[in-house]
Design a protein around this ligand. Structure first.
Ligand code: AMP
Ligand code: GLY
Length: 440
């Protein structure tokens, strides 16, 4: 099987690894050279714009590609799957209409409203400043978050109390979006603990995977600006200590309902990965966002412990027989820590060399995935986004965290990471938080 991965990050690196493990002959198309994909594919890589469909189609024809796995949201939201499939190349990823579940927060909230999806939250869409102040006065600024329409790499949402500290700051942010003619949402602010549920979808069947918790904030103790995610963990029992099996079942039901709603609304069957980010609150599980792809870093928490052949899963997604498949995972905990360039996300230092002690990483047993790190002349350099994901896998969270932390010590460069990701201390804080919200 000749399989092409589109995308340049750590999510695509781990997807490529799972495909090769499943027996695929890997090809990679990406905007700059990911050293991991370069190696896994035996240098069968093409470097170009990930939304230039003409080039991607030409590359697929030239290499006789059997199917394509699209990693990132950007090409999905502008129709890469439509373009490739109409040229005869099947894809793991949703078509453009279905991908709007991530591409447009307005589409997503309207869909959840219309189809009365259980975990929906209250919000209102604005196109200008008309009615914004009245809405803020009615709801109270302390109860709101502001979300710009469109893709923001996880960095556009501003939450009162965290990023916005007064009604004026909220109005100013709304004004800046309105002046760029961007639509935005004012949404009910929720309090609780977040969890990620990643699923495989073939149009009808939706299969879940181990729960993961990401860390959106840049600095330890959940301080600082939002990022694409600074690290993530999963537990050996595939749940989180503060999330019950019933919570997961409810979340999965909502994801199945959303897949049906997308079909009813657009006529398009959703195929690919669907990522649900939920928050457990005092009044139940609430939906924060859907992504039309696997999570980054969260893909690194599920694919390396996958026991079922990933190539087979991709084929089942494409051909619609996921219901015939049983997907298994090792009963292990995982901790992924992201190394980001100093200054990330506000003023990241790019073009800085990164040195990787591969031998020591191997000895420690840590896995490592290249993210937005550019390979040039056999050297690795930072770009303006997260650079490398270091992963520990073990029987317990504690051990997985130690492996990841020791692995981080094998990477040299102008980089920083969150030491607290995956620690028992932070986990206890999450448990106490939920207990206090639920008045236990
Ligand atoms: P998003 O880009 O939608 O993933 O949002 C980024 C982060 O903002 C989420 O991970 C949450 O931590 C936070 N967030 C988003 N929506 C809300 C909300 N309605 N209430 C509280 N926090 C939110
Ligand atoms: N880790 C969050 C995301 O992939 O969107």
């Amino acid at each position: 099987m000749n399989v092409l991965v589109v995308g340049h990050g750590a999510r695509e690196h781990v997807i490529g690894e799972a495909l090769v493990r499943g027996g695929a002959k890997l090809y990679a198309y990406m905007s700059f050279k990911n050293a991991g994909l370069d190696e896994l594919s035996d240098h069968r890589v093409k470097i170009d714009d990930e939304t230039n469909f003409k080039y991607i189609i030409e590359y697929c024809k030239e290499k006789h590609i059997d199917f394509v796995v699209v990693g990132p949201e950007k090409p999905l939201c502008v129709g890469i799957v439509d373009a490739l499939e109409s040229n005869g190349f099947p894809c793991v990823g949703p078509k453009i209409e279905a991908a709007q579940i991530e591409g447009s927060k307005v589409f997503m909230r309207n869909l959840l409203d219309k189809y009365k999806i259980h975990s929906n939250v209250k919000g209102k869409v604005f196109r200008s400043m008309d009615g914004v102040e009245e809405y803020i006065d009615r709801e109270g600024e302390e109860n709101l978050v502001v979300k710009p329409e469109g893709l923001t790499g996880g960095k556009g949402v501003k939450v009162f109390g965290d990023h916005l500290h007064s009604k004026k700051e909220m109005l100013d942010y709304c004004e800046s979006l309105a002046s760029q003619r961007r639509r935005f949402l004012l949404e009910e602010k929720m309090e609780g603990e977040e969890f990620t549920l990643q699923t495989f979808v073939d149009g009808k069947t939706v299969l879940g995977s181990p729960l993961v918790q990401d860390h959106k904030r840049a600095y330890e103790g959940d301080e600082g600006p939002n990022t694409g995610g600074m690290g993530s963990y999963s537990m050996a029992n595939h749940l989180l200590p503060f999330i019950t099996k019933e919570d997961v079942d409810q979340a999965l039901k909502d994801m199945r309902d959303v897949i049906r709603a997308i079909k009813a609304e657009t006529g398009v069957e959703y195929k690919g990965f669907l990522y649900g980010q939920f928050m457990k609150t005092a009044s139940g599980n609430k939906l924060i966002e859907f992504n039309a792809r696997l999570g980054d870093p969260e893909a690194m928490n599920i694919l390396p412990i996958l026991q079922t052949n990933f190539v087979e899963i991709c084929q089942a997604i494409i051909n619609g027989y996921l219901d015939k498949l049983q997907i298994d995972y090792e009963k292990k905990a995982t901790v992924c820590k992201y190394l980001a360039p100093e200054g990330y996300p506000k003023s990241p230092k790019d073009n800085q060399p990164i040195n990787i002690n591969q031998e020591r990483l191997k000895k420690i047993g840590a896995k490592y995935y290249y993210a937005s790190a550019d390979k040039r002349d056999d050297k690795i350099f930072t770009t303006t986004s997260r650079a490398m994901g270091i992963l520990g896998i073990a029987e317990s969270l504690e051990k997985a965290e130690q492996i990841a932390e020791r692995g981080v010590g094998c990477i040299e460069g102008n980089l920083f990471h969150r030491k607290d990701v995956g620690t028992l201390a932070l986990l206890q804080k999450r448990i106490d938080h939920i207990d206090s919200l639920l008045n236990k």
